[in-house]
Structure formats: C-alpha cells, structure tokens
Design a protein around this ligand. Structure first.
Ligand code: ADP
Ligand code: ZN
Length: 599
C-alpha cells in the first residue's frame, strides 16, 4: 500500500496534511468508520480521496449535488485518478459504460446520487464489486430539521447492513449538536470515531459597514479591494437582485443576477459563467450557493441582513475556500432591522417558531452591533470557545469607541413618546433636528418638547442611535403602521434615567467625509496590472476552455500565485510548487514555464 503522505505529494502536489486530515485518513485506511465535521474549505475531500487511492477496490461517494460531482470528478481526472459519476444527468449509454468500468474494477472513486445508489439493481452491482469504502458527503442531508433534508439519505443506513465490513465516512460542514446526533443515529454511526475541527475560517475578514448610500459604498469596496475578483453579492429580494445587477453592469462590472424567479436556463447559464470565467460577480438571493464549490470566491457581500447567524456563516463561508484571503462585507442599517422584524411578525408560522426566529435575529443583531471581536462573538454563538483578538475583523483592526448615550437615548425615546409612538425614524429625527417638514407642520410637532433639541448630533448619528436602540429592543417596531417606533418595557428605566447605555461610535458616521483609505486588504494576489500575472491567468483560462473545465481545476489561484513568486524554470523546480503533482507536472509545466521564461 502506498503511504498516505506519498499520495498527498505525488498525486495532489501538497506538502502537508491540514488539521485532522492525517488522523481521519489513517483511521479510514485501517478500515474503521468516521464522522468528520469540518468547515467549508477545511479539506474534507482528501479525507476520503486518499484512502480511496490507498485501499484496494472502488470508493463509493454519495453526494446530493450533481454539479459538484462533475467538478470533483474533473479535478480527480486532472491529477490522474480514475473517477466517474452516476446521476440523472447521464444518458443511459454513458451510465452503462460507467457501470461496466465499476464491475471491471477500473474505478478508484465513483460518485453516486443517493436515489440511484438505493436501487436494488445498483446494490446488487455493488455486491459484485470490490469496495474500498463508502463516503457520505453532505451528511447533514439526513437531518429533518435542516434545510437540505433528502429523504433518500435516511435509507443510507442500509449500506452498513449490507456491507458491514466496508468502512464508512460521513462528512459535513454543519456543526450543531442536534444535527450531529441525527447523523449518528440515522446512519448507524454510533461506533464511528468523531473528528471535530474548529469552525473558524481564519482567512475570512468580517466587516460590517453602516448603510449610508449602499450602492456607492459597494462600488467603492469593489473598486478599492476587488477590482478583478470573483464574488457573490447577496440581496433579500429578487427585485433588489435585478436592480443591483443592472446598476453594477452600468458601472462597468461583470455582474450577473441569480434568483428563483429566473428561468432554469438563465440560472444555469449565469452559474456556469460564474464558475467557468474569471472575475464574474454574481448578484443573488440565498437561492444561490448550495453546491457551488468555486474555491476562489474572493468576497461575499451582503446588501441586506441575513436572517440568522447560521445563514450569515454559511453564506460568508463560500468565500476563500482555497485558503487565500477573502472579504465578508455586510452593509447594515435600521431599514434591515425593520424589514426582517416585519417579515417575522407577519409570517404564517406558529408562535413557538416565531419566538425561535426572533431569538436568532436578535443574536445576529447583537453580532452586528458588537464592539468586540466579531469572530469571537460568532464562534461563541456556535458554542466554540475562541480567544480574541483575531486581528482579522473590523472591530479588531479598528477598535470601536463607545460613548455614554444616556442623554441621547433619553431624547430619542422621549421624542417617540411625545409624538404618540406613531412615527418612524425619519420623522423622529426631523423633529429632533427641528426641521419644519410638511409632516412636522401637519401634526404640529414643532410644538412638542423634543422639537429641535437634538442639534448636538447629526442626522446620521441619530439614525445610528435609533438603530442601536431598536437592535437592543429598547424600541420596537409597530407592524400595523409604517414602521412606527414604540417604547418597550425595557425603555422606561432608561427614560427615567435609572440606567445608562453605551453606543458604538460607528466609524462611517464619525468621519463622514473622510476619504476611504482601504487597501486591497490582505489580498496578496498580484495586482491586476501585473502583466506576468495576467499572462499566467490567461494561459490557465485557455487550457481550461480547451478541456471544458473551470480554470481552478487546472490550477488554484494559490498555485498560480506561487508560480508567479518562485518563477520555476525547470521540472525539478516546478514540481515543488504546492498543487503540482506528477500528473499536472506532465500536463502543464511546459505551458507555464514558457510564460515564466518570457517574463
Ligand atoms: P471542503 O470540501 O471541506 O469544503 P475541499 O476538500 O474542497 O474542502 O478543500 C478545500 C481546498 O483546500 C481545496 O482547494 C483543496 O485542494 C485544498 N486542500 C485540501 N487539503 C489540502 C492540503 N493538505 N494542503 C493544501 N491544500 C489543501
Ligand atoms: Zn476580531
């Protein structure tokens, strides 16, 4: 048997295992069962691919995601491993040929959709085959509580009954306790060893900006930090997706929309372009993302607030799978709080469910408003202990000052009270600033005691104050009206001066006119105007097009970056680049060394 370490370097071209990989692989090669919880980008695939190569026979990989199977098989073929997939996208002749290859023992890995695996015909085929292992990817699909429940997954326990001696590995990036227990129970994995990794994504930088002019803020963010990168922009509604994509295109960005209201054909086309081309921005609702394995998504931007920390973690987690720097950028304002609270209150769900959703939203709002390390707050939410500072979130990089907001809060609350708790933020701020607007005149609010008492703060500061009061449940939004703000039982002690409150000094609000000094963050990829870098990328794209595969299947950005840095000119030098195994050395070294020589 070839040692795992040797497979890692000669086949995949990597020097070292990451985290738990080595332990999982040894365990599986030994013929034992494993449950692996690892975050997105943690390197789950190698955990079963290397044992598949090391052990005799074919590894059967169950995966619910058709698009991903193609990708993984393409990637394996590139490194010279015999792999194939069986799912509904194949015509019957191709499927028949794959089955023959399986029977002839020609396949190292076979990816199968669960519904196909569970047919009695296919199980019989497996009985005539020498099997290396079963890998059950996206194992959280057995969980009825999750959003990705797949009924066929529940039947996968049959594998253990029919093939008791074949080792099984279940993998997922969903970490919570109830899901884990369900996986163990439903897949009969109570004797499996559990390998649990930290869910931290250290290469993702979390940042939240206060909404002022969201589109302009987005445009500036892209211009300064991601002028040529691929990324995802999430919006809450289809309409906002459409409008944002159009606006970005008009500004010269390569942006495509994606939401459930588009025809299947358009969605497929846009998704394919995002994966196959370079530097495409996809503007999407949360309908987009599941089954997207693109490793070089350099940023994930949220123009609207996600619904929960779980959603936020999952969506931002689509950035930086390759381990290189990625930005998670969220624009947030009081409007988001109002919209989400309203959606919750008017939903058809029962009270218990609503209470749960409200708690989730409050946790997310707490995360948005925190002045502590964001990574710490997030990982704590997922019951993981993390010692701050991370030095890779906005609050760590630019510590947030707080200020004593007792008087300001009293003014803000009393203004809502004096005007009858019937008005939204905009009007309340107008009253505080003493603006004689039409509405102020109509309701004679220039006569209330809070009219014009708020000149110590700007309009943006008052908005920030109201947002923080609402986020802390010191004001609540009345859903029957137009987002009018009402006092809560928590507001009275504050109003009476029995409590004090600390507000965060929002940076954008503080230095309104200050020029953006943001650089390209930790984005260590060569600059867009570097001709050598562009030539490397172009060559990669040509090779990818010739073979009809995404560019990252040829080489990851990190590999390309290392070629750029080390400038290998001989095969001995080239093979030392991370991500270059024997197969890719033969296929591509010449093509890229030619470019190195030219520059
Ligand atoms: P997951 O399935 O957990 O999201 P993947 O298996 O897709 O993660 O791996 C994420 C990325 O990390 C891939 O690009 C993979 O090639 C790379 N990778 C995995 N293990 C290693 C390693 N030991 N050394 C270098 N890169 C690795
Ligand atoms: Zn931090």
């Amino acid at each position: 048997m070839i040692p795992a370490q040797e497979i890692l370097s000669t086949v995949f071209g990597y020097n070292e295992f990451r985290g738990e990989q080595a332990a999982v692989i040894d365990h599986l090669i030994d013929g034992k069962d494993a449950l692996v919880l690892m975050p997105t980008g943690g390197g789950k695939s190698l955990c079963f691919q290397i044992p598949a190569i090391a052990r005799e026979g074919t590894a059967i990989v169950v995966s619910p995601l058709i698009a991903l199977m193609q990708d993984q098989v393409d990637a394996l073929l590139q490194v010279g491993v015999k792999a194939a997939f069986l799912n509904s996208s194949l015509d019957s002749e191709t499927a028949w040929r794959v089955e023959q290859d399986l029977l002839d023992g020609k396949l190292t890995l076979l990816y199968v959709a669960p519904e196909r695996l569970m047919t009695s015909r296919f199980l019989q085929l497996l009985e005539q085959t020498k099997l290396a292992l079963f890998a059950i990817d996206e194992a959280h699909c057995v969980s009825q509580w999750g959003h990705d429940f797949r009924p066929e997954y529940v039947q996968l326990s049959i594998l253990h009954e029919r093939f008791p001696t074949i080792p099984r590995i279940a993998l997922t990036a969903t970490a919570d306790d109830p899901t884990r227990r369900e996986i163990i129970e439903r897949l009969g994995l109570s004797n499996a060893r559990q390998f649990i990794s930290s869910f931290d994504r250290p290469n993702i930088r979390y940042r939240i900006v206060q909404k002022q002019n969201t589109r302009e803020q987005l445009h500036r963010f892209l211009e300064t930090e991601h002028p040529e990168d691929a990324g995802i922009i999430y919006c809450l509604s289809r309409k906002r997706v459409e409008e944002t994509a159009e606006w970005l295109c008009a500004k010269g960005w390569n942006a495509l929309p994606y939401h459930a209201g588009l025809s299947n054909a358009v969605r497929q086309k846009n998704q394919k372009r995002f994966i196959r081309e370079e530097g495409v921005i996809i503007v999407a609702t949360v309908a987009f993302g599941m089954g997207i394995d693109k490793p070089n998504v350099r940023f994930v931007a949220h123009l609207d607030l996600p619904k929960s920390m779980e959603g936020y973690y999952q969506e931002t987690g689509r950035g930086g799978r390759d381990g290189l720097f990625a930005n998670a950028w969220l624009a947030y304002g009081i409007g988001d709080v109002i919209t989400l609270r309203r959606m919750l209150d008017t939903s058809e769900a029962d009270e218990q469910h609503k209470r749960l959703e409200r708690r989730k939203l409050d946790a997310l709002l707490g995360y948005c408003e925190t002045t502590f390390c964001r990574r710490q707050v997030m990982l704590n939410y997922f019951s993981e202990h993390y010692t701050a500072p991370c030095n890779n979130c906005d609050n760590c990089l630019e510590p947030i000052a707080t200020w004593d907001g007792k008087i300001a809060a009293q003014m803000a609350l009393s203004c809502a009270y004096r005007t009858g708790q019937r008005f939204g933020v905009k009007h309340l701020v107008d009253v505080l600033l003493g603006k004689p607007t039409e509405q102020v005149n109509r309701f004679q609010h220039d006569k209330v005691s809070t009219f014009g008492i708020g000149h110590a703060y700007t309009q943006a500061q008052w908005q920030s104050i109201y947002r923080q009061l609402v986020a802390a449940n010191l004001l609540t939004i009345d859903m029957s009206g137009y987002g009018s703000l009402k006092l809560t039982e928590k507001s009275m002690p504050l109003l009476r001066g029995e409590h004090t409150i600390a507000f965060r000094n929002d940076p954008e609000v503080k230095k309104k006119k200050a020029k953006s000094t943001a650089k390209r963050g930790n984005n260590l990829l060569p600059a867009p105007d570097d001709a050598f870098w562009q030539a490397l990328k172009n060559r990669r794209l040509e090779l990818a097009r010739e073979q009809g595969v995404p560019p990252y299947i040829i080489f990851h950005d990190s590999t390309l970056q290392e070629i750029h840095e080390k400038k290998p000119l001989t095969l001995n030098e080239f093979v030392l680049i991370s991500g270059v195994g024997q197969s890719k050395l033969q296929r591509y070294a010449e093509a890229f060394m030619e470019i190195v020589a030219r520059y």
